[in-house]
Write a protein that binds this ligand. Sequence first.
Ligand code: ADP
Length: 557
Amino acid sequence: MARTFSKSELIRQDKVCKSLERLISYDAKTFNDFLHLFLDDIVKQTGSRKGYVIRVFEKNQSFELTEIIVHSDNHRFSNENIKVYELTKAGPWIQAFNKKKLFVQNCGSVLFTVNEDNSISEVVERFCSFPVISGNSLNAVLIIADKEADYDVDDIEPLELLVSPVRSIAGYLGKFEELTIAKDNAEKNEQRKISYLNNISHEIKTPVNAIAGFAQLMKEDPSSGNNQKFLDIILESSNELVAIINNVAEISNIESGLTRIRKDEVLLSDVFNELAEQFKDEVSRRNLILQTDIGVSGDEIKILTDRIRLLQIMSALLSNALKFTFTGKIIFGYNLRNDFLEFFVSDTGIGIPKEEIDKVFDHFFQTGGSILKSFKGTGLGLTMSKALVEKMGGEIWCDSVEGKGSVFHFTVPYEQAVISPVYGFQSVNEGKTDNRKKIILIAEDDNINFMLIKNFLSSLDIVLMRAVNGKEAVDICSSNKVDLVLMDIKMPVMDGFIAGAIIKKSNPDQIIIAQTAYTNDRETALDKGFNDFIAKPFGKTQLINLINSYLTLTHKN
Ligand code: ADP
């Protein structure tokens, strides 16, 4: 037998159907839009005078009152001053959230308490609170209040029937919002990547243009009197190109998480001496003063940190200080601040305009002043330094006054290392008198690279051998007394890592230096027991100095 409905039941069913129809037709793209439209609807349907939207953040145990609507003489007010309150300050309406069902109170009630910190007070005669719980982080409670008469079954029943569909819609909107955010982020990343690549290709084209152009001029007129000048420009431009490529590779390794930070035992006085040595010629040529200021007294400080990265950051800051200073002093040093060592480089140079200070760490950024005065640079040194410092667990920042000078600071965690008497690598030949010519094996499959290395080392009194793959390198090492192997990594037949491991296994004292164009091979090479690493492209002096730190080399007469 078909069920018969009373008139009031039919009216309620009709209300629910209409509400559902409206819910489906809302043009809500966000959770907030939806809350706003739904509140408006239920305020009108129940003849309430007031409505409130409250976002609830269970994780932080807090809530926000995001909207108040007051319908009186068709006036509507919204809360423009959103504040966060502790969930403990919530009124009885919170029961709708806790119990996940409608909560009604038909006697006067304080919805929110007034606090000394200026939070609001809302007192209503009666209210009904409605839970909107999406199943993820999007949660809210809607409150309708101050209907003329009590909220009765005619209001409550249709609203109760809406709790479940509203929950489904909120869940769907939550997913939609997550997808929209993910899509926006992906689009922004894509945009950033495109402009980054555009910048890189622009920065690379400038030195390449000079190299190709001047080489062409030299080829056309090999006996021109200008050729020495052209060669200088070609060299300078290739150094610039190498700097850009190294920085870009380093930054992309750090940003994509490929860089690992080592914990070497680092004697800071060694690092500071090395830096002073590196910059001393330029300082004296430019009539500047370079000083150190160490704020830590007592014993020598030896810490656990990545030596090469520390040198890289300090060098980048010192070369900037030199570049942008014409008279006065450059001071570099460090202080102990709680659990961190704070390093600094200060200069009395051109300074940085206040509004540009925050941007100097951005990719390719150069201040207006430095562009106008056309200082050479890539705008990547500070980006790389920032990425490295953060990777090492510290922070970097800058204080600067235009026209007076700048101070760059950065911190690294202070992990003290135990002082041991010996530091650095020991040459296998140390202490022995060995008059035979040193044998250096170059494992390199690329003919042009081999030719370059051979020419770089041509002034040295050594015997040079070549292997064109890892397997040949292993064979040569097993049948010759090789003093040092310069091992390329990416080679056919057997790669340099495997070859190095085999050689080290049978002769742990064999000195092997990895040479590769992939900067992130450095960590792998050192982890695999290689003695050192040199990143391509490298220069003649850099290569000879590195080999010299393992072997005592003599020059040909
Ligand atoms: P660049 O290779 O151009 O020096 P950086 O990332 O190292 O790249 O520096 C970015 C910019 O920040 C510089 O071009 C310069 O405008 C500004 N800057 C960096 N260090 C200093 C400094 N010590 N004094 C003045 N300006 C500086």
